[in-house]
Design a protein. Structure first.
Length: 563
């Protein structure tokens, strides 16, 4: 059935996993759920109908047998009463012969050889009256005291009781005992009990129940086959649609669903294929537009390099002679020099981002010590941090072993996030942490400045986005630094994450694999700092330029101080 679609359901393993695997199959397979629900509801309906029919048939069989038994017993009693009423026996011997004749008459008329005749307790004492007789199967308490009391209290009535009759093999069979009375003129009143077997009725009922069970099993099997065929016929196109949509989502824009017939499933396939055609055309149009935009940015950036070079040469000449110019002119020359530098960096960033957009970036990896790289970046930006009043600190618990990375791009990431921390750190301490584990190495930059809201965090890596457009940019960034940093991290197979809270500062965490074949990447540094929610930055000692804390078990790295 549907379980056959998952051959690993009963694979080698503990049978205790079977319920869990069945639950997983129930959640995963629509066909399995449909067949199982159909069988469950059909089985419940068949069970209810079968129980009702079995009880109804058993009741009807018993009623028919009871009516037959009561009629036969009544006829036997009437024949016996007629026989004794027509007899003139009065002495003991003739009465005994009469009793024997009564027994033969009862057996022949009733069709039963199981009888019991007892002298009524209220009969007038008579020494000539025979004591009665009883067949072996009606002994041993088969005739209950309750039945005898009813017969004795109502002599003119006929009473019955369901009993278990011995069959001679030590077992019992169901039966009925019918009680009545007969009056012998010369001997008084006697109680007459006749026993009837219901073994044939029980066998008939058992045969019908067995036939019903076999029929129910066959019906369930037939329903299973029909349901499976119908479900496969209906679900197979749905599976095809699911597989086609997965391939379409994975980028295979040319995949289509087969269209057969003119029913609802064919309409679904036609609609799906129409949607796929429209989506493919739209994606192709967007791709072509993206290529045009990338080519435009790249071409413009390249074309601007020639005039920028001319402006750079002229500006350098003017900048070298700025002391000979009047004050306003000298200030203009300095401004021209600064903006030319920024324009040149902007062009470089535009070219870099266009390479990423075009997918033409290649990494020049080499063994790199991230602690040394972070120390060099901090040292190069120390003067800028000191001018802003921020103290830089490097805490390197790990990361002293080399990792296969592109040092130029990683250095650019560190400088970008460190410059961002200096820009928004409000003159408070900035902590750079480096740590590593077996598979990954991480670097985080923590500032205690303004912080960002959730909406600002969601856009922090957008191109040319600024958290506060009215804020003056003192470092002179291009607005593409964090976007390029994210692309650099992803190109290495790593990630660049951010945590921030208004008034508590910001953390940027770079996580990189130590080697290209690292299977899983678990960052050794937490993204949310331990002091999150604390009032203000933690107290730190004056450390000059940096402080390096070596990893335990490795050779301590030398301290680096400002020259």
């Amino acid at each position: 059935m549907a379980a056959a679609d998952d051959p690993s359901l009963f694979a080698a393993g503990s049978w205790r996993d079977v319920p869990r695997r069945l639950a997983a199959l129930w959640n995963r397979s629509l066909q399995f759920r449909t067949v199982l629900i159909t069988l469950g509801l059909s089985g419940l309906a068949i069970l209810v109908i079968g129980l009702y029919m079995s009880l109804s048939i058993a009741s009807n069989l018993f009623q028919d047998q009871r009516e037959r038994v009561l009629a036969a017993s009544n006829n036997a009693t009437a024949a016996a009463q007629t026989l004794v009423a027509s007899s003139d026996a009065s002495d003991r011997g003739s009465l005994q012969l009469l009793m024997n004749s009564v027994i033969e008459t009862i057996s022949s008329v009733s069709g039963s050889s199981d009888f019991a005749i007892f002298r009524h307790p209220d009969a007038t004492p008579n020494s000539n009256a025979p004591p009665g007789a009883r067949s072996p199967r009606l002994g041993g308490g088969v005739i209950t005291d309750e039945l005898r009391e009813q017969v004795q209290d109502e002599p003119d009535g006929q009473y019955w009781q369901s009993v278990a009759l011995p069959d001679g093999d030590g077992d019992t069979v169901p039966g009925i005992v019918v009680g009545s009375t007969i009056d012998v003129p010369a001997a008084g009143r006697y109680e007459l009990y006749l026993g009837y077997e219901l073994a044939e009725a029980e066998q008939t009922l058992a045969f019908m129940q067995f036939t019903g069970i076999v029929g129910a099993a066959a019906l369930l099997a037939l329903l299973s086959a029909i349901t499976l065929v119908v479900v496969r016929w209906v679900i197979e196109p749905i599976r095809t649609a699911a597989a086609t949509s997965r391939r379409l989502a994975a980028g295979d824009l040319g995949v289509r669903m087969p269209e057969r017939g003119e029913d609802e499933l064919a309409t679904l396939a036609a609609s799906f294929n129409g949607m796929a055609d429209s989506l493919q055309a739209r994606i192709r149009e967007l791709a072509e537009l993206s290529v045009v935009q990338q080519r435009f940015v790249s071409d413009v950036s390249h074309e601007l390099r020639t005039p920028l070079t001319t402006i750079r040469l002229a500006g350098d000449v003017l900048y070298g002679q700025r002391e000979d110019f009047p004050g306003p002119t000298a200030r203009t020359v300095e401004l021209l020099h600064t903006q030319t530098d920024r324009f040149e960096r902007l062009l470089g960033d535009l070219l870099e981002i266009s390479r990423y957009d075009a997918g033409s970036v290649t990494l020049a990896t080499e063994p790199t010590n991230l602690v040394h790289l972070a120390g060099d970046a901090i040292e190069s930006m120390y003067e800028l941090a000191r001018d802003r009043g921020s103290e830089l600190r490097l805490v390197a618990q790990g990361g002293h072993l080399d990792a296969e990375v592109d040092p130029r791009r990683i250095r650019r990431i560190v400088r970008n996030v460190l410059g961002n921390a200096i820009e928004h750190g409000e003159g408070r301490p900035i902590v750079v942490a480096v740590d590593s584990n077996k598979t990954a190495i991480a670097l985080s930059v923590r500032d205690y400045g303004l912080g960002m809201t959730e909406d600002e965090i969601a856009r922090v890596f957008d191109r040319f986005w600024r958290a506060d457009p009215s804020r003056t940019r003192t470092i002179g960034g291009t607005g593409l630094g964090l976007a390029i940093s994210l692309e650099d991290a992803v190109a290495h197979g790593g990630s660049l994450d951010v945590w921030s809270r208004p008034g508590q500062g910001t953390v940027f965490r770079l996580t990189l694999p130590r080697s290209a074949d690292a299977a899983t990447l678990v960052s050794p540094l937490p993204l949310e700092p331990e002091d999150a929610g604390a009032e203000g930055p933690p107290p730190t000692e004056s450390l000059g330029a940096l402080e390096v804390e070596p990893e335990i078990g490795l050779e301590p790295e030398p301290e680096v101080h400002d020259a």
